[in-house]
Each structure stands twice: as C-alpha cells, then as structure tokens.
Design a protein around this ligand. Sequence first.
Ligand code: GDP
Ligand code: MG
Length: 302
Amino acid sequence: MGLFSSLIDKFKQGLQRTQELVLAPMGRLLGLHRLDEDQLLELEDLLLQADLGVHATQRLMDRLRFEMRRTGDIDPKALLKDELLKILRQCPRRPFEASGTQIVLLVGVNGVGKTTTLGKLAAHLKNKGEEVLVVAGDTFRAAAIDQLELWGQRAGVPVIRNQMGGDPAAIAFDGATSAKAKGTPWVLIDTAGRLHTKDHLMRELDKIRRSLQKVIPEAPHRVFLVLDATTGQNGLNQAEAFKEAAGITDLILTKLDGSAKGGVVVPILERLKLPIAFVGVGEQVDDLIPFEPEAFVEGLLG
Ligand SMILES: Nc1nc2c(ncn2[C@@H]2O[C@H](COP(=O)(O)OP(=O)(O)O)[C@@H](O)[C@H]2O)c(=O)[nH]1
Ligand SMILES: [Mg+2]
C-alpha cells in the first residue's frame, strides 16, 4: 500500500464517528447529479452538523449552486472536495525537520492531549533515528511528570525533570543547555495547562521563552497549540487567546477519533489562520498523523 493511501486509511479510521453519524446520510445526496432546493437544504444542514462551520458551508453551497446553473449535471462530491482543498491549502504545513537543535513547545489547556501528543512525537522522531530530549515542563502535578516519564520510556528517549512545583523555565533552560552541548536535534517541552488567566499564561510562557533564548537565541523554534477536536468550535475563543499570548506557530488537533464533528478542522484553520501540523486519532503511540489536506479530504468524503 502506498504512503498516501495508508494516510487516507488512517484518516478514515480517525473520522469513523463523523462518518457514521453525519457523512453516511450525506452519501445519497452526493451521488446525485442535480439537487433540488430541499436536497440542497438537507445537505447544508449535514455540512453544518459535521462542524464545517458557517463560512465554509456557505462557500460549498454557493459552489454547488453556481455549477448547477452553469452545467446541468454536477458531481457534488468532487465539487465539495475541490472547494474544501482550496480552504485547507491556505495554511500549508511547515516541514517538521531538524536543522541544528530545534526547541519545540507544546501548549494548550488541561486535558487536550499535550503530554500524549508529545509522547507520540518523541516516538515518531526516535523511530526515524533522530535523538530527542523530553522536558517535563508541566511541574504542577507529580502525575504529569510520571506520565511523561512513562512516554519517554516507551519511546526510548531521555526525560529531564525537576521537582513537582519546580520552575518550568529553569528545567527548560537545563534541557536546552544539555541538547545544545550534545547536539541533540530535538527538544520537546511539555507545559502546564492549568493557567487560569491570559496574563498568567503569558507570564509563564514568556519566562520559559526568555530562559530558552539565553541558550539558543532563536528558540523556541516551534510552538504547537494543542486543541481537542471534541470541544469543536467552542474552544476557538480560548485558542485565539493562546495564539496572541504564546506566539503559536502550528496547531495540533487531538481526539478526532472521539468526535462526530471531524469537519471542525476547517473552521479552526480558517479562523486561526495557522497550519495544522498533526492530528491525533487515538491514544496509541502511532495515532498521530501529519495533516495532509488531500488525504484528510479523501478520508472525510471518500
Ligand atoms: N481518543 C483519543 N484520546 C486522546 C488523544 N490524545 C490524547 N488523548 C487522551 O486525552 C487524555 C488527556 O491527555 P493528556 O495528554 O494527559 O492531556 P494534557 O493535559 O493536555 O497533557 C488522556 O486520557 C489521553 O489518552 C487522541 O488523539 N484520541
Ligand atoms: Mg499533560
């Protein structure tokens, strides 16, 4: 099986709940060559249920109506795919490659899947033969440090930690220093999600950033905002606050497998105007997929 088709399969599996609950009923409509007004409204309703968002849904419906006026005979599925791809290609994914030491920060609110995603990323890089250092920057809870330690063992990568309640900026500094000295290409830093106000968040992340920059002036090279797909568009205001405060460079969307609203990828990308680097589709180590718009759209609409 080719790389692309296995990627499509991964997305299909990850989008299974969306498939069953929303996309299957859409199948009949997408097979038609002409839709009447009732059918168009039904389709619009299903697109909104998949959480594609008002803007993208309007754009898709306009395209269908336009093409029906232009030619008598349309292929709704092909048109939807084409229009979705145009939207998703607006923010191209930046390659995730090491050149020198790359410092990567994972941020986001509690429970979205930061630590799990970091573990998956560490394993992914290690499997490619690249050295990784993991930094336990969530020092709020002992359990968070232990959870990260476990992922480190699983991935076969070292984890650098201090005491619970310790200073995240200090441990980040130690991690960057050690990686720079050893020439380790990847430093993945976990952070706490339990930061109540935007100010608090900004101060905490600023402090980490400044201490990293004492070691490597360009650090952090990537700041991943981790978002939980099951919260759908409700999480977007919070995500915008993070974007402002934390200098986010990319998004990671987790728990796509647990959501019947897999279309939420679309309004998230449209609103935050940031590339989606990876998508989480389960709790296992290989349940992290690089976000390729083509494979995603095929997985969604098949
Ligand atoms: N189904 C599913 N669960 C996930 C995914 N990513 C994380 N989780 C689960 O979400 C819960 C919270 O994850 P955790 O990494 O501790 O979140 P954190 O507080 O942001 O560090 C855990 O039970 C994870 O196993 C995913 O892609 N799919
Ligand atoms: Mg965590």
